[in-house]
Design a protein around this ligand. Structure first.
Ligand SMILES: Cc1cc2nc3c(=O)[nH]c(=O)nc-3n(C[C@H](O)[C@H](O)[C@H](O)COP(=O)(O)O)c2cc1C
Length: 137
């Protein structure tokens, strides 16, 4: 069990076209590889030209990842929505899930892309990968 587990949620603006599958696949490939190594779990969604990511792991490893993520010029304006100590992972088994924002209700979509808290965004991303609920809220 990882000691000092935390969960961080951030939102950012993509500088790469979200139809650019090659560029996106590159981000997911390196993320899964590194996150397996670092015992980081989470999800990365790409709604509306934004990135929304949940990252779980040892506080030190999450901090180290965030240094790399903040320095990454494939996105801008990295805004942390929440960063809390937790006792268990919600995204256990996911080195980096890729939930599809398409089926979200307008309200859930707005929470994820604009005005949601870290806890709200985490709940919605979790629902997106757990299914079968298609329209939250
Ligand atoms: C939106 C976004 C999310 C990312 N998420 C992760 C991640 O979860 N894990 C990771 O290792 N790198 C992630 N990266 C990539 C890092 O910014 C960085 O390029 C990478 O970790 C460097 O890995 P390397 O030192 O093995 O080349 C992400 C990049 C972007 C733009």
């Amino acid at each position: 069990m990882v000691k000092d587990l935390c969960r961080l949620v951030y939102r950012s603006e993509s500088r790469i076209d979200h139809n650019d599958d090659v560029a996106l696949d590159g981000i997911f490939r390196i993320s899964v590889k590194n996150n397996l190594r670092d015992r980081i779990t989470g999800a990365l969604a790409l709604p509306d030209g934004k990135f929304v990511q949940v990252i779980e792991g040892a506080r030190r490893d999450v901090a180290a990842l965030m240094v790399r993520v903040r320095a990454d010029d494939r996105h801008l304006n990295v805004t942390v929505l929440g960063n809390r100590s937790v006792t268990a992972r919600l995204f256990e088994g996911w080195a980096m899930a890729r939930p599809d924002p398409e089926p979200l209700s307008n309200q859930a979509f707005r929470i994820v892309t604009e005005d949601g808290s870290g806890v709200q965004v985490t709940g919605i991303l979790l629902g997106m990968i757990r299914g079968p609920a298609t329209a939250w809220l």
